[in-house]
Every structure is written in structure tokens, then in C-alpha cells.
Design a protein around this ligand. Structure first.
Ligand SMILES: [Zn+2]
Length: 290
């Protein structure tokens, strides 16, 4: 029961809970990320809840704020039930959830500068909550893929036709969505080598399970001479998935803690589960922070 909102039944909140759990444990394990999150917390509900999860023992307050956050982003999905009850379904993929609740906390900033002093748009900044990387045949070296993305490149300015320099950098954190591309997609395109197809041309929703051992996930990524440490992953539980990526299933947060141990946060269980690093699971999102 929330004042001014009434009684609300929440359904399938696992993706929002998984993201909040990783943000909270990241702040608990990284003092730099904690500074960032606590600064954000004054104006941003996602950051406020994550901070409350590690600092505040007031469960009611956290629950209330979490409901406000969900209503802010899923207000259009409220269904009225009998007796004045309302129900909100937050079924959505983990990356789409990040895109909603972390819109003001971007992972990446892409900047481009035009050489032409008279250009109508000399500087352009695009903020991204996450990036998506494609995995072909189960193979990827994340460090290399990021280096390719972060390389500055010269393009033709679409505003004036002169040379334009584009570069990308990460903020205090990096969220990476992994799209495992199945063989049958390769067979269905006219491209002879699907590895060379630009990422944006591959339907990002067409994925198969990306089963990784927790041990094999890179623990540190270096970009622009800044080190980012693995804080956690979002795991999808839903059996064999092929074809369209759907959120039908269950998400949990696998957090990689400061003591190099894995903990699983599952909103269907009241206790944290300790997990061995040899555990193999369907990894959908990676979280790194400074
Ligand atoms: Zn220009």
C-alpha cells in the first residue's frame, strides 16, 4: 500500500531487481562508484534505491521507492483489478530495463567534432546506457571488441560534408549486452561472412543462450588507460532460447564481490546464494565499474 498510489500488485520485477542489486553491490565494493552513485542519488531514483540497499535498513522505504521507480517507467502498463487493486507488469529484457531506469546514468559517451568552423552542428554528444556486442560461434574477446569501438574515426560530416572526428569513452561504469548469434542466422543471410556484418544490421533480438562459466568472464577491462572491474552479470533462466529474445523467463543478478566470490541475488528467494566460479550459465549483461 503506497499513499497516493493505492494497492499495487507487481509482476515479474526480476529485471529491475537484478539491475538494482548489481548497482548496490558495485557501490559496496568500489569507493569511486559509490561516490558517483551517492551524488546521483539526490536527483535519480535508481541511484537512490541502490544506495539505500547498502546503507539503509529501512525495507519499507526501499520498497516504496522501488514502486515509484517502476510506476515512473511502467505507468502505461497499469491494469485495474477488482476492488481497486492495480497491477503492473514489468516484463522486459534486462538491456531494455537498463535503458529505462539508467537513462540518466549512461555508460558510454560518443562525441564527434567537425573540422569546419562554420558547421551548424560542430559538436555532438550521444549518451548510451549500454552497448551490445555480438558473439559468433561462442567466441568473443571483449577487450578487443571495446578497443575497436573506442578507436576514434574520421567520417564525413552529415551536416556540412567536411571531416568529422568521432570517438567514444566510458563513464564510471560500462554495461555490455551480449548477443549470441546462432548458426541459423548466418545461414539465413546473403552475407558470405556474418562476422563482417555491422553490428547494427544484425537483429539484436535474435539470440541464443550464451552459456559461460563465471570463471571465464574477464575480470578487468582497460579502456583509454582506465581500468574497469567486473562487478556482476545478469543471468537469464529460461531454458533453450532461440529466435526472438524475450523476457519470458527469469532474471537473477550474479555479483562478483570484492572478495572474488560470486553471490547470486534472486528476487524469488529471500537469501543470497553463494555460487562457485565454475558455474556455467546464460550470461546476458556484464557490469563493470571503476
Ligand atoms: Zn560539419
Amino acid at each position: 500500500m503506497v499513499p497516493s498510489v493505492g494497492k499495487v500488485v507487481l509482476n515479474n520485477t526480476c529485471s529491475v531487481d537484478s539491475v538494482l542489486s548489481i548497482l548496490a553491490t558495485s557501490a559496496a565494493d568500489s569507493s569511486n562508484f559509490k561516490v558517483y552513485l551517492s551524488e546521483m542519488a539526490t536527483s535519480n531514483m535508481t541511484a537512490r534505491i541502490s544506495m539505500q540497499m547498502i546503507e539503509d535498513k529501512n525495507k519499507t522505504q526501499i520498497y516504496h521507492n522501488r514502486l515509484l521507480l517502476i510506476l515512473e517507467h511502467f505507468g502505461s502498463k497499469i491494469e485495474l483489478l477488482v476492488g481497486g487493486l492495480k497491477s503492473v507488469d514489468t516484463t522486459i529484457t534486462a538491456a531494455s530495463m537498463v535503458n529505462k531506469i539508467m537513462q540518466k546514468m549512461p555508460s558510454f559517451i560518443e562525441s564527434s567534432f567537425c573540422d569546419n568552423n562554420l558547421c551548424t552542428t560542430p559538436i555532438l554528444e550521444v549518451k548510451k546506457t549500454h552497448i551490445s556486442l555480438n558473439i559468433f560461434n561462442g567466441q568473443i574477446v571483449i577487450q578487443n571488441e571495446l578497443e575497436k569501438l573506442f578507436e576514434s574515426s574520421d567520417e564525413t560530416c552529415s551536416y556540412c560534408g567536411e571531416k568529422r572526428k568521432t570517438s567514444m569513452e566510458a563513464t564510471t561504469h560500462m554495461i555490455i549486452e551480449l548477443n549470441s548469434i546462432p548458426f541459423d542466422l548466418e545461414a539465413s543471410t546473403s552475407f558470405t561472412n556474418i562476422d563482417e556484418v555491422p553490428v547494427e544490421l544484425v537483429k539484436q533480438n535474435f539470440v541464443k543462450p550464451n552459456n559461460w562459466k563465471l570463471d571465464n568472464i574477464p575480470k578487468m577491462i582497460t579502456t583509454n588507460s582506465k581500468n574497469y572491474y567486473l562487478r556482476g552479470v545478469i543471468i537469464f533462466h529460461g531454458g533453450g532460447r532461440c529466435g526472438l529474445r524475450s523476457a519470458t523467463g527469469h532474471y537473477t543478478a550474479g555479483t562478483y564481490r570484492g572478495n572474488q566470490k560470486w553471490e547470486i541475488y534472486d528476487d524469488l528467494r529471500s537469501k543470497v546464494i553463494h555460487q562457485v566460479s565454475s558455474y556455467k550459465t546464460d550470461v546476458e549483461l556484464l557490469f563493470y565499474t571503476v
